[in-house]
Design a protein around this ligand. Structure first.
Ligand SMILES: Nc1ncnc2c1ncn2[C@@H]1O[C@H](COP(=O)(O)OP(=O)(O)OP(=O)(O)O)[C@@H](O)[C@H]1O
Length: 263
């Protein structure tokens, strides 16, 4: 379990970015949302020790982040940053994914196994010899996930994984996230994309001004006055409300509801 207790983070300039946040997550898909500057990235950076609490406590599967290095914590909590292409530096996809596990000092055989497994999960088998820069936006995002995944972290933080991707690429990333969840990972999804939250999240945590103002089921989250938090209701929900069919999570649910209603 990831456990955050009364977490305060004050930056050197005095900015209180987190003010008494309590948060827990296990093997589930949690969407972390809130407008710009609400504290999402600051909270996420506490989960692999990039930041340490000013006050309060963060434990990752029992490890207090104050007492462990980023390297140790990163084996348990993998962080896939926004715009991942900046992190690629190897000449081919295989080496890129192998870099992390090699650094762990694993045998060549184990490294190869992990690379193959990670590429399979993100659906990039056959790309081993390609140069990372030749990949599409969605493929790069999936490669970034594979690189972190090859370290076998139990939890993954994905920062805006679908931003800037076309619909087809975004679908590939969504499928990858579902696959990761099936494989037993806990996933923290930092996003402004409410369609993605609707499609994928099992729970939503909403930050506002450094405080947690909502933590609960997706349906309940979308019943909030989202404009108050600088967020927009997904088009799909606005349509379903106008049609009077209530809460849905996908276009096919709308179609089914309409088909059922016309019988
Ligand atoms: N290194 C820093 N030094 C000082 N203040 C910072 C620093 N990093 C972030 N902040 C401030 O802390 C607050 C929270 O920032 P944070 O990046 O966590 O928000 P966010 O919700 O992730 O925003 P975004 O959606 O824009 O990424 C903001 O007011 C931000 O300006």
């Amino acid at each position: 379990m990831i456990r955050v207790k009364n977490l305060w983070h004050v930056y050197e300039n005095g900015r209180e970015a987190l003010r008494g946040v309590d948060f827990e997550m296990g093997e589930e898909i949690v969407a972390l949302v809130g407008q710009n500057g609400s504290g999402k990235t600051t909270l996420a950076k506490h989960l692999n020790g990039l930041l340490k609490p000013t006050r309060g406590k963060v434990t990752i599967d029992g490890m207090d982040t104050r007492e462990h290095t980023v390297a140790e914590l990163s084996r348990v909590v993998g962080y896939v940053f926004q715009n991942p292409e900046h992190m690629f530096f190897e000449e081919d996809v295989f080496r890129e994914v192998a870099f992390g596990p090699k650094n762990l000092g694993l045998s060549e055989e184990e490294v190869t196994k992990r690379v193959q497994w990670a590429l399979r999960v993100v659906n990039l088998q056959g790309y081993e010899k390609r140069t990372p820069y030749s990949l599409s936006g969605g493929e790069k995002q999936r490669l970034a996930i594979a690189c972190v995944l090859a370290m076998r972290p139990k939890y993954l933080i994905l920062d805006e994984p679908t931003t800037g991707l076309d619909a087809k690429s975004a679908t590939g990333v969504v499928e990858t996230i579902r696959e990761l969840r099936k494989e037993g990972h806990g996933i923290l999804l930092i996003t402004h994309d409410m369609d993605l939250v609707l499609e994928l999240a099992e729970r939503v945590v909403l930050l506002h001004g450094g405080r947690k103002v909502f933590d609960g089921p997706v349906e309940e989250f979308f019943s909030l006055e989202l404009h108050d938090y600088g967020l927009e209701k997904p088009e799909l929900l606005r349509i379903s409300e106008r049609l009077g069919i209530g809460f849905v999570r996908s276009a096919s649910e709308v179609v089914n509801a309409l088909a059922g209603g016309s019988r």
